[in-house]
Design a protein. Structure first.
Ligand code: NAD
Ligand code: DAU
Length: 355
């Protein structure tokens, strides 16, 4: 089947990597990106595919029903890959309203539009609504707790994760009530090219390059599971093509690392790979700061379901992935320098002055 995809949030970090992947692997598929180009969206992230016959970019908001209806109809969309979201936990603590609007209301608006479109087309069984979600909906783990699996009860702790949990519930309900062919994925922390500088790994790379302190929250012993973004995109491909409607799949890298260890590893790599660091060795920049409010202690993913049922497994090790990422930020100064804008500086001051 040649799919006709609507990719929401395709100008963001994971969305853009997914669009690159899809256009390369399925060049005959139609890919339409709908993205509001918020502070986190960047048209340059799609430069590799702009101009292709089967690709179209539309600037617009997922809360705007008119634009969604028009795209579903005129582009004859059969698959939605839904990435668009407010995605940063710290920003959700500073200002939660946008998170409820985009993540909950926006997802609801897309679901309603897609349901109507699917019903008008006589409910084709090969239509798909892929909802890209997060492991943060499951809450926080203690050191000895088993990893999150698909049946772990939801216990979101931040406005971000609560808004994603709300959207997950809506997606699930649309399958249960209307049999709309939805699938949910809950993934751990991604890293790789095109990630906005506010997130831990790009922030540490960039601050090292410009000689700014490397702010580590609390005692630095919070644990995250890290997955290279290319492996996440491969998992989403498998889920779209072989996943069961109504199901949820957890996706993770089986790479649990304490934040402080990750930052130290990044510093070593920067020392090795960057020739003219303003502060050398980079670890001198590490600064412990006040903890994030409500900071989840540990996330870990049990990805057995997607491995055994769909045959996906991550292929990039954390050492390889971090190296690729560090090299990408070293070689793409022209990409990240403009992102350290007045908006970013204002956010930075606000976030780190209260810490
Ligand atoms: P991102 O912040 O880099 O990108 C989000 C994109 O959505 C941006 O291009 C932005 O312009 C767009 N957007 C925001 N509001 C919009 C709106 N109202 N209408 C249209 N577009 C809008 O996010 P990301 O890190 O690429 O995450 C993508 C998705 O994956 C999110 O749903 C997130 O919850 C989920 N996720 C992220 C991670 C991670 O580690 N980054 C892990 C698991 C799941
Ligand atoms: O788990 C998946 C989630 O991962 C996604 O759903 C989110 O969209 C994504 O942003 C990410 O959330 P985190 O809060 O885990 O990512 P972040 O990069 O913001 O932080 C990673 C860890 O590093 C976390 O424990 C907080 C810590 N941290 C972060 C920043 C930005 C610091 O110690 N210092 C920092 O400056």
């Amino acid at each position: 089947m040649n799919r006709r995809l609507l990719v929401t949030g395709g100008a963001g970090f994971i969305g853009a990597n997914f669009v690159h992947h899809w256009c390369q692997v399925y060049p005959d598929d139609r890919v339409v990106v709908l993205d509001a180009l918020t502070y986190a969206g960047n048209r340059l992230n799609l430069a590799l595919v702009e101009g292709r016959e089967n690709f179209r970019f539309v600037q617009g908001d997922i809360c705007d029903r008119t634009i969604i209806d028009e795209l579903l109809l005129t582009e004859n969309i059969d698959t939605i890959a839904h990435f668009a979201a407010e995605s940063h936990v710290d920003r959700s603590i500073l200002g939660p309203a946008a998170f409820v609007q985009t993540n909950v209301v926006g997802t609801f608006t897309l679901l309603e539009a897609f349901r109507q479109h699917w019903e008008i087309k006589a409910q084709p069984s090969d239509y798909r609504f892929l909802h890209v979600s997060t492991d943060e909906v499951y809450g926080s783990l203690g050191a000895d707790d088993p990893a999150f699996c698909e049946t772990t009860p939801y216990a979101p702790n931040s406005p971000y994760s609560a808004s994603k949990a709300g959207s997950d519930h809506l997606v699930r309900a649309y399958y249960h009530t209307y049999q709309l062919p939805t699938i949910i994925t809950n993934c751990s922390n991604n890293y790789g090219p095109y990630q906005f500088p506010e997130k831990l790994i790009p922030l540490m790379c960039i601050n090292t390059l410009i000689g700014k302190p490397l702010p580590v929250y609390g005692d630095g012993k919070n644990v995250r599971d890290w997955l290279y973004v290319g492996d996440h995109c491969l998992a989403l491909d498998v889920v779209i093509n072989r996943g069961e409607p109504g199901e949820t799949y957890n996706i993770g890298g089986n790479n649990e690392v304490e934040n402080i260890n990750l930052v130290q590893l990044l510093c070593q790599m920067m020392d090795e790979l960057a020739s003219d660091l303003p502060v050398h060795p980079a670890k001198q920049l590490i600064t412990f700061v006040k903890d994030r409010q409500g900071h989840d202690r540990r996330y870990a993913i049990n990805a057995n379901k997607i491995k055994t049922q769909l045959g996906w497994t991550p292929s990039v090790t954390i050492a390889e992935g971090l190296r690729l990422t560090v090299e990408w930020y070293l070689n793409h100064r022209d990409w990240w320098e403009p992102l350290l804008s007045a908006e970013y500086q204002a956010y930075y001051r606000k976030n780190y002055s209260v810490k």
